[in-house]
Write a protein that binds this ligand. Structure first.
Ligand SMILES: C[C@@](CO)(OP(=O)(O)O)[C@H](O)COP(=O)(O)OP(=O)(O)OC[C@H]1O[C@@H](n2ccc(N)nc2=O)[C@H](O)[C@@H]1O
Ligand SMILES: Nc1ncnc2c1ncn2[C@@H]1O[C@H](COP(=O)(O)OP(=O)(O)O)[C@@H](O)[C@H]1O
Length: 283
């Protein structure tokens, strides 16, 4: 008999660089960015129901049940596949929301892959990634599960193999609105496209950083603090700030200096998502 219950990881991502090339007619911005996963994230448990009902049992502060990306992903997949089964879902949420580490997008991707498995739909990655894109620009990379150079709004993905250092990720206690940053008149929107692969060294800047650092003093402080120890970078539109270290011990040493007002976590960078490693082990 096939499994009816499954627990899967839902990892975070970092944007190792992010360049904004221009604005499309629909208002969205054309980007070039490198996504890498962290071996750190939420854990989602799924249990099949035979009555077709989709129910997320864990409450999220400020996110109504039907607006949760987990529920949206499950409903879309059920509708588009014509599946008559339903699902009970619980999540152990440790990823900060609105921090630029992609928790919501990752949760959506884990849901798509988990339900494809439990409902035995047999959808391939292209189809799941295309559905994922309708939920958010960052969902496809989590569906495919490999570190990638991304173009367009993040949906054109080329697998890459950056180094996999240990990272210290600082979590300033502010949520940055992606829409607000992309509508700031001071945002750099004309970075020249990188045409060479792999992306040459020296291109690791994030074009959102100056605008985010100007608007959010807490992010500025985090960048200054981490900058005393390593190159401090912003992921996505923030608020999280990260830096790489050659070993866990060195990342832990800096992490130990953090206070209650500025927390963080240490995690290993990974080019294959822990979600995919777990799914592979089930086959
Ligand atoms: C820029 C990234 C990099 O990873 O930031 P983070 O969300 O991770 O911080 C993502 O691609 C974010 O993608 P996604 O998560 O889908 O963006 P949303 O929150 O839906 O976007 C909110 C708003 O930001 C603007 N927006 C977003 C993405 C983009 N490429 N161009 C834009 O102009 C649009 O006005 C959009 O309505
Ligand atoms: N399952 C989910 N996890 C996190 N955020 C969610 C989820 N579903 C909906 N959201 C909404 O999406 C927003 C962005 O969340 P998230 O993906 O964690 O941040 P970011 O895009 O900055 O990395 C949240 O502020 C929240 O309102």
């Amino acid at each position: 008999m096939s499994a009816t219950r499954l627990t899967l990881p839902s990892p975070a991502k970092l944007n190792l660089m992010l360049h904004i090339l221009g604005r499309r007619p629909d208002g969205y911005h054309e980007l070039q960015t490198i996504f890498q996963f962290l071996d750190y994230g939420d854990e989602i448990t799924f249990a099949v129901r035979d009555d077709g009902v989709i129910r997320l049992h864990t409450e999220f502060a400020g996110v109504p049940h039907d607006s949760n990306l987990i529920v949206k992903a499950a409903k879309q997949l059920q509708e588009q596949s014509g599946c008559s089964l339903g699902i009970d879902i619980w999540i152990e949420k440790i990823l900060p929301m609105g921090g630029g580490i992609g928790g919501g997008s990752s949760n959506a991707a884990t849901t798509l892959l988990g339900l494809n498995h439990l409902w035995q739909l047999g959808w391939d990655m292209d189809r799941l990634a295309a559905l994922g894109l309708t939920l958010g620009a960052d969902v496809p990379v989590f569906v495919r599960g490999h570190a990638a150079f991304a173009e367009g709004v993040g949906e054109k993905l080329t697998p890459v193999e950056p180094e996999e250092p240990w990272y210290l990720v600082l979590v300033p206690q502010v949520s940055v609105s992606t829409a607000e940053i992309f509508s700031d008149p001071l945002l750099t929107r004309n970075s020249p496209p990188i045409k060479v692969r792999p992306v040459p060294k020296g291109n690791s800047r994030n074009d959102c950083l100056p605008v985010v650092a100007k608007r959010y003093p807490d992010v500025r402080n985090a960048l200054n603090l981490l900058g005393n120890f390593t190159e401090a970078k912003l992921t996505g539109t923030g608020s999280c700030v990260f830096g790489g270290f050659p070993s866990k011990a060195e990342a832990d040493k800096v992490s130990a200096l953090l206070t209650e007002t500025l927390t963080g976590f240490v995690a290993k960078g990974s080019n294959v998502s822990m979600l995919h490693r777990k799914l592979q082990s089930l086959l």
